[in-house]
Design a protein around this ligand. Structure first.
Ligand code: FES
Ligand code: FES
Length: 164
């Protein structure tokens, strides 16, 4: 039976009618118009549908929308602030870590989860942190560079904040 639920996405409360079997990725894309989250394999293998739920990375193709009631969902659309890209997004551009771009939203969200937990990861830790996200284009080297660069930028911003 369909139900009206409230979903908190990127700090906005949306009222949405869902069926119990509706997947979060489909609700985000088709009902809320948030098409930044991509649906690749649809079975948990590629990571393109990665979002954060209560700060933890989650595959939205394996998550029921109805199970997200009362939780905070962050998608790629919620990453920019005050009209500025998040440092991770900016670093992906600056380091040329985007080709076709299909994997990019999921990569950025996985990188955010990683850097929120570990602000100064080693290359190995970055590779492990992104190991659930597949990219067919870049060969991953520039993606790892971008995450390292973003980590540097975020640490620098943090220490400026502290010294104010
Ligand atoms: S679409 Fe979710 S893991 Fe591939
Ligand atoms: S940039 Fe094309 S799949 Fe990663």
């Amino acid at each position: 039976m369909k139900q009206l639920i409230e979903l908190n996405v990127n700090g906005i409360a949306y009222d949405v009618i869902v069926s119990p079997e509706d997947l979060l990725v489909d609700v985000l894309r088709q009902k809320l118009g948030l098409t930044g989250t991509k649906k690749g394999c649809g079975q948990g293998d590629c990571g393109t549908c990665t979002v954060l739920i209560d700060g933890r990375r989650a595959l939205s193709c394996l998550t029921l929308a109805i199970a997200c009631r009362g939780k905070k969902i962050l998608t790629i659309e919620g990453m920019e602030a005050d009209g500025r890209l998040h440092p991770i997004q900016q670093a992906f551009i600056d380091k040329g870590a985007i080709q076709c771009g299909f994997c990019t939203p999921g990569m950025v969200m996985a990188a955010k989860a990683l850097l929120d937990e570990n602000p100064d990861p080693t290359v190995e830790q970055i590779k492990r942190g992104l190991s659930g996200n597949l990219c067919r284009c870049t060969g991953y080297v520039k993606i790892v560079d971008a995450v390292q660069e973003a980590a540097r930028q975020m640490r620098a911003a943090q220490s400026q904040e502290v010294s104010r």
